[in-house]
Design a protein around this ligand. Structure first.
Ligand SMILES: N[C@@H](CCC(=O)N[C@@H](CS)C(=O)NCC(=O)O)C(=O)O
Length: 341
């Protein structure tokens, strides 16, 4: 506990120092450098993972590719820098990366306590529990007295404590720094339960040594709004990240895809589409970008729905049905973009 308080105090001190010391124009340094430093995690297929040639892909990776297209007209001007969940905020605060795009859950203490700003939500998730079937647990309420493996520096750890406390259940946490360590410990039966965001559980269950021996319990114990995060000291960069995400969502709402964006730009008469794609007006200027920034985003990576399908759709590496909060607002979900006016 003492260590954790010291770590939080350190992080807060670092954040204060950064806000006071610089009003960094991140866009300028990114342009000068010629690429974005995108903070990701080590390996989370469907969201961020390198292949054997070191090429990164995933939903969170596609967000950095979209940002790169908005700035450089090229989605590949990105360097991916992995860090563990415990190390990621210091990585951003100390400017080793320009943003984190890697399943970071938005909460008050991160938003207001670490000198950071969340640009929006790329994936709505929630925490769950995986157990061996032989444990015979049908519900999280059956886990009284369990040992639970989880990852340090995460909201997972905090939600776990909250849930067991709220339900008057006892547990013993077994905590590791990386996902691979957590899974190895769970597979070696050092704990009864593996807990993290349900998307990760879904991604991992099929890759266990004996996939059929495990089950994900029905409860979802948290609201995890995960999205890109930037430092709080640079409003322009924050706006760019926010509006690149909005452009991805708005493009899906408006039926604009990578395949039809040229035709939409040339012939769609809808004033919002024309402003967004740079056929009319100068919205890009307000972000420090050129007229065609959003056109370049959609042309390079597609809209939010296309990104979702590529990574998490039936043919993606980790199929996660898009049947809940991650749908567009018009289809009963929470994905919504303010207007391009
Ligand atoms: N979303 C939670 C959990 C984050 C988390 O545990 N992320 C895992 C995957 S869900 C991760 O980054 N794993 C890759 C790694 O260990 O580098 C948070 O923001 O605290």
């Amino acid at each position: 506990m003492k260590n954790r308080i010291a770590a939080l105090a350190g992080a807060l001190a670092a954040a204060t120092f950064i806000s006071a010391a610089s009003n960094a124009a991140t866009l300028d340094s990114v342009r000068e450098r010629g690429f974005i430093n995108c903070g990701v995690g080590e390996n989370f297929p469907g969201f961020f993972a390198p292949d054997s040639a070191g090429k990164w892909s995933g939903l969170d990776v596609d967000f950095c590719r979209a940002l790169s297209a908005a700035i450089f007209k090229d989605p590949e001007k990105v360097k991916y820098l992995p860090a563990t969940p415990a190390a990621r905020f210091a990585q951003l605060q100390s400017s080793q990366v320009d943003l984190l795009s890697r399943s970071v859950t938005w909460n008050l203490s991160r938003d207001a306590g670490l000198g950071l700003s969340f640009a929006g939500v790329t994936f709505f998730d929630g925490q769950g529990f995986m157990v061996r079937k032989s444990l015979n647990a049908k519900s999280a309420k059956d886990l009284d007295g369990a040992t639970v493996c989880t990852q340090t520096g995460t909201t997972t750890e905090l939600n776990l404590a909250d849930y067991f406390r709220a339900n008057n259940l006892k547990y013993t946490p077994v905590v590791f720094e990386t996902t691979d360590q957590v899974i190895a410990a769970y597979e070696a039966q050092r704990c009864d339960v593996y807990t993290t965001d349900k998307s990760t559980l879904a991604a991992r269950i099929g890759k266990m040594k004996e996939p059929g021996a495990h089950v994900i319990l029905p409860e979802t114990i948290s609201k995890a709004a995960n999205g890109p995060v930037v430092r709080q000291n640079d409003g322009q960069w924050e706006n760019i990240a926010r509006w690149v995400l909005n452009a991805l969502i708005a493009a899906e709402e408006l039926g604009i895809t990578a395949a039809n964006v040229d035709q939409q730009k040339a012939s769609n008469k809808d004033p919002e589409v024309r402003r967004m794609l740079g056929a009319d007006g100068e919205l890009g200027k307000l972000l420090g970008l050129d007229k065609e920034w959003a056109y370049n985003v959609v042309k390079a990576v597609g809209n939010y729905g296309e990104i979702y399908d590529r990574n998490l759709g039936p043919k993606g590496v980790v199929p996660i049905p898009r049947d809940g909060l991650n749908r567009l607002w018009s289809k009963g979900g929470l994905m919504f973009s303010p207007s391009f006016q």
